[in-house]
Design a protein around this ligand. Structure first.
Ligand code: 13P
Length: 344
C-alpha cells in the first residue's frame, strides 16, 4: 500500500467546492427510481441516463470530484463507444465503485441486517482497479426502532467489523475506501436518539478500523447526519441538525481522516443542501465536509429527463444546478434565494 497516494486521492475526493455523485444504485433501486418516472429499467436506458449526467460538462468539471458506479456501469460504453469510465476521467473526476453486495438478515437479530460481499473481494478489487476505480464504497445499514429494541449491539458490531475488513482490503489494493455506516432516518425517533445511535455506530466503526489497521489518512467517511426520523412529530431545525451533527462528528471522527462526505438518506434536495451549508458555516473543522448524495442530486434530473432523448439538455441542467448548489454548500456559501432564482 502506498499511503501517500491513497491520501492524495482521498483529499481530491473532498476538496473544497466539490463532492461525490453517488450513481451506484443497484438493479432493484434504479428500477424503483425509473418506475417513478415511468421509464423501463433496461440496460440501454440505465446507460443513457448515466451517460447524460457524466456528459454534463459544467457539473462534472466544476462541482463533482468523483462518481460512485455500480458494477454494470463500470463496464459500460457510451452510445458512441467511449467507456463511461473515460467520460468521468475526461471531466477530471475520479471513478469509484460500490463493492458491497447488499444486505442479508442477521441471524439471531430479528429485523436487523448485515452487509455482505467480503468473499472474493480482493480479486474483485484488482479488476476494478484495472478498470480505473480509485475508490470504493461499502454501505452498512442500521435501523432505529424503539418498539423492537433495535439497533442491537450485535448488529452494530458485525457491521463495523465488515466495514473494517472491506476498508483494509481496499487499501491493500490501492483503492480508497468510503466507509459508510448509515443510520436510517425512516423511523419516528427524534434527533437526540439519532445522535446517540450514530455516536455508538461511529465509535464502534473507528474502533474496528484501528483493530484491522486501516490507515485513517487513506479513507473517506460517509455518515448520516444527526437528524429527526421522518415520522417524528418534532422535526429539528436546520441549525439544530448542523450544530448536533458537527458536535457528534467532532467527538467521534479522528482528525487524521481527510474528509467526510454525507449521504442524503431521504432528505429533500434543498434540505440536504441547507444542512451541509449550515455545517460548513460553523467552520473551524478538522476535516473537509462535503456531499456524496444519491437521491438529493438525482431526483431533479431524473424528473427532467423522464427517459426522453429530447430532455437530455433539461436533465443536465437540473443536475448541474443541484451540483452547483451543493458545491456552494460545501464551502458554506449557499443561499436559499439562489434556488428561487433558478425556479423563476
Ligand atoms: P442517498 O444520498 O440517496 O442516501 O444515496 C447515497 C448513497 O450512496 C447511499 O448508499
Amino acid at each position: 500500500m502506498n499511503l501517500a497516494d491513497l491520501n492524495k486521492v482521498a483529499q481530491a475526493m473532498v476538496q473544497p467546492g466539490k463532492g461525490i455523485l453517488a450513481a451506484d444504485e443497484s438493479g432493484g433501486t434504479i428500477k424503483k427510481r425509473f418506475d417513478a418516472i415511468k421509464v423501463e429499467s433496461t440496460e440501454d436506458n440505465r446507460r443513457d441516463y448515466r451517460e447524460m449526467m457524466f456528459r454534463a460538462k459544467d457539473a462534472m468539471t466544476k462541482y463533482i470530484s468523483g462518481v460512485i458506479l455500480y458494477d454494470e456501469t463500470i463496464w459500460q460504453k457510451a452510445k458512441d463507444g467511449t467507456p463511461l469510465v473515460k467520460l468521468i476521467e475526461q471531466a477530471g473526476a475520479i471513478p469509484g465503485i460500490k463493492v458491497d453486495e447488499g444486505t442479508q438478515a442477521l441471524p439471531g437479530c430479528p429485523g436487523e441486517l448485515v452487509t455482505v460481499g467480503l468473499d472474493k473481494l480482493a480479486e474483485r478489487l484488482k479488476k476494478y482497479y484495472e478498470q480505473g476505480a480509485r475508490f470504493a464504497k461499502w454501505r452498512a445499514v442500521i435501523d432505529i426502532n424503539a418498539a423492537s429494541g433495535i439497533p442491537s449491539m450485535t448488529a452494530i458490531r458485525v457491521n463495523a467489523h465488515a466495514l473494517a475488513r472491506y476498508a483494509a482490503l481496499c487499501q491493500a489494493a490501492q483503492i480508497v475506501p468510503i466507509v459508510e455506516p448509515e443510520v436510517l432516518m425512516d423511523g419516528d425517533h427524534d434527533i437526540d436518539r439519532c445522535y446517540d445511535v450514530t455516536t455508538r455506530v461511529l465509535n464502534k466503526t473507528f474502533q474496528e478500523l484501528r483493530v484491522q489497521r486501516v490507515a485513517l489518512e487513506g479513507m473517506v467517511l460517509k455518515p448520516n447526519m444527526a437528524i429527526s426520523g421522518k415520522k417524528c412529530a418534532k422535526q429539528a431545525s436546520v441549525e439544530e441538525v448542523a450544530e448536533k451533527t458537527v458536535r457528534m462528528l467532532k467527538s467521534c471522527v479522528p482528525a487524521a481522516v481527510p474528509g467526510i462526505a454525507f449521504l442524503s438518506g431521504g432528505q429533500s434536495d434543498e434540505e440536504a443542501t441547507a444542512h451541509l451549508d449550515a455545517m460548513n458555516r460553523i467552520g473551524n473543522l478538522p476535516w473537509g465536509l462535503t456531499f456524496s448524495y444519491g437521491r438529493a442530486l438525482q431526483a431533479a434530473p431524473q424528473k427532467a429527463w423522464s427517459g426522453k432523448a429530447e430532455n437530455v439538455g433539461a436533465g443536465q441542467q437540473a443536475f448541474t444546478h443541484r451540483a452547483h448548489m451543493n458545491s456552494l454548500a460545501s464551502k458554506g456559501e449557499w443561499k436559499a434565494d439562489l434556488e428561487k432564482k433558478k425556479a423563476a
